[in-house]
Each structure stands twice: as C-alpha cells, then as structure tokens.
Ligand binder design. Structure first.
Ligand code: SP5
Ligand code: ZN
Length: 342
C-alpha cells in the first residue's frame, strides 16, 4: 500500500490547548506521526512518498472563500493587530446569532470561523494544513490511477473542519476533499466511513444535503462526547441527501461487541449504497487507553476493523484523523492497514 506523508506537518504545533480550564500541551502533537512512521517501517510498508504541493482547485471548489482567505492571511492579520499569543478564539456566534457575518476585526474573524476553542492557529498552521491535504490528494490520485488502496498520513487531521469552520484540531477536511476528487474524476457515488472516536461533524455538514456522497460514522454519543452538537442517530441527511447520512453513536464503555456490530451496520449500508470508491477517516482514538475518549477497543480490534473494511472490496483511501494514546497510535493505525491488506 502506498503511503503519502509530508514533513511540513511540523509547521503546526501550538504550545497550548484549552482543556478542562487549563492550557495543556496539545493532544494532537507532531510526535504522533513518529509512532506511525516507525510502525510502517518495522512492518514492511513502502517508504512514505512526499505528496508534492497541495492542489487548491478542488479545495476552492468545496470550501467557503472567506474561510480560505482567513486561513491564508489570518495569522499575518493577527500579528499586524498587535496580538502576542497564538490565535485562540474567545467569542463565537452561538444560538440566536446565526445571522452572524464576518467581522473586519481579526479577533472577531477568528471567532467567526472557529467551532471549538481548544484549537489554536500559529504561524505555520496554514502550510501544515495544506501539506496534510496534499497527502490526501496524492493518495486519491494513486487510487484513481489504479492502486487498490493508499494511506494518507495526514496531520493535522480533517474531519471536524466544515466548509467554513476549523476546530477539533482540524483545518481542511481531507476526507471530504478526497471524496469530491473521486466525484470529479467520474465516480457517481462515493462513501466515507468515519471510524475516529469523534463524530465527523465537518464531513457530515459538507455532504448533508447531497445524495452522491454517503457519510457513515461510529462515534461517542453527542450527549457525552466532543463535538457534542452533532452526531445523533436521527441526523439522516436532508433534501437530496436524505438517507445518505448514517450516525452510529455509542455510549461510554463500548467495546468490540458494540463497536464491531456498528461497523457491520455501516459496512452493510455502504454496500447497499453501491459506491465506486471509499474514503476512510481513520482515527484510532476508539482505543481503550486513549486519554480523551471513552471506547474500549483493544489493539487487535483495529486489525479486525481493517479486515471488515476490506470485504467491501472498494478502491480505498485512508486519511489519518485522531488517536492520542501516542505510543499505541502507530500500532493501532498500522493494524487497520494490515487487517485491510491481509
Ligand atoms: C481529530 C480529533 O480526534 N479531534 C478531537 C478533538 C477533541 N477536542 C476536545 C477534546 C476535549 C476532551 N477533554 C479531555 C479531558 C481529558 N482529561
Ligand atoms: Zn477523534
């Protein structure tokens, strides 16, 4: 399986994440990928290939122009405005301010485009996010050209980012970009399977009213888990997208019995949908020792998940998402890939 990865992920490493009222070292940190790279190497995967530059055309087609402008120029505006720290949002549109419009002030803009304040933007964040999307795009091109599957070792992750908001450690929605590229390349229907512990609110939002991209997600129930405000089972899609959104929320403590049967349900729905390509939002934070999650998967369960996904027999792009039990992140991620290949 081809692997795509850019060292430019290092350009994004905020000092601070707001967690439980404290500033802590971000859970989503550069060292996560070292553990994945090491496992790939030790277990005989191809040397990761640099993806080359990010192709902005498919991203501009999918994302909000004001949001992209903010990501591109926000840091410079922030510094020019005399701000001394990292970009951490403090004021956001909420209930009854849904008519919000983009302010001129950069602090206001930051709030306008932010969906979760744990995520800071720094000088290198935009370039890192582009390099992450570039890996996803390179993996898509490899699969479109006939590779059965490819792994994009994306960092920062993507599935919480909407067309016009960042947060949840995400800036550009890599899985959504890949799905749209398959569509633009001639696939009539594309499925996205999101196995990250957290609901892929961004991906759901981007495709919610579309019938051509199925989104299926297994995640911590929104009553109990980030991103809290989306991910309920009764969110089934709208308009042309009615029926093309499948949320499978699970309660704290869910292990393979429940998670594996939710995976079977998602896979059956994907099979019924009849897609020509599959995108997997591959988070491994459903692991029992993940510090910010509450599922109980064992490392071996990730191998079983990969094997189950392989039975769909679809051209597949894996995009890395979350996973914060850092020593186990490599093992669990590569278990999914190996389970898929074997
Ligand atoms: C891609 C991804 O997995 N994003 C996850 C973002 C989660 N951000 C908020 C987490 C809040 C968890 N609070 C943890 C308290 C730990 N003691
Ligand atoms: Zn996650």
């Amino acid at each position: 399986m081809q692997v795509f990865f850019s060292e430019d992920h290092r350009l994004h490493f905020p000092q601070a994440e707001l967690s439980g009222g404290q500033f802590v070292t971000p859970y989503e940190r550069p060292s996560r990928v070292e553990y994945i790279l090491r496992q790939l190497r030790e277990r005989g995967f191809d040397q990761p290939a640099d993806p080359g530059p990010c192709d902005m055309a498919p991203i501009r087609g999918l994302m909000d122009p004001g949001f992209l402008r903010f990501l591109e120029t926000g840091w410079d505006e922030w510094i020019a405005a005399g701000m001394k720290g990292e970009m951490i949002s403090a004021t956001n549109p909420v209930r009854r301010t849904q008519m919000a419009r983009e302010p001129r002030n950069i602090d206001g803009k930051l709030g306008y485009y932010c969906l979760a304040q744990e995520t800071a933007i720094t000088a290198g964040t935009w370039r890192a996010a582009q390099s992450s999307a570039a890996s996803a795009q390179a993996a898509q091109r490899a699969v479109a050209e006939g590779a059965g599957a490819a792994f994009a070792l994306c960092r920062p992750p993507g599935h919480h980012a909407t067309a016009d908001m960042f947060g949840g450690y995400c800036f550009l929605n890599n899985a959504a970009i890949v799905a749209q590229m398959f569509r633009d390349g001639g696939a009539d229907r594309v499925a996205i399977l999101d196995i990250d512990f957290h609901h892929g609110n961004g991906t759901q939002d981007i495709f919610y009213e579309r019938g051509d991209v199925l989104f299926a997600s297994i995640h911590g129930a929104p009553e109990d888990a980030f991103p809290y405000f989306l991910g309920y089972a009764d969110e089934t899609g709208a308009g042309a997208g009615e029926g093309a959104n499948l949320n499978l929320p699970l309660l704290p403590g869910a292990g393979w019995d429940q998670w594996g049967s939710a995976l079977d349900t998602a896979i059956a729905r994907i099979r019924d949908f009849g897609p020509q390509a599959l995108v997997v939002s591959l988070g491994v934070d459903a692991f029992k020792d993940d510090p910010i999650s509450f599922f109980k998967l064992e490392s071996g369960d990730f191998t079983r998940a990969g094997a189950a996904i392989a039975r769909l027999n679809l051209p597949t792009v894996f995009c890395m998402e979350g996973g914060y039990a850092i020593e186990a992140v490599g093992i669990n991620t590569v278990n999914v890939l190996e389970g898929f290949l074997n």
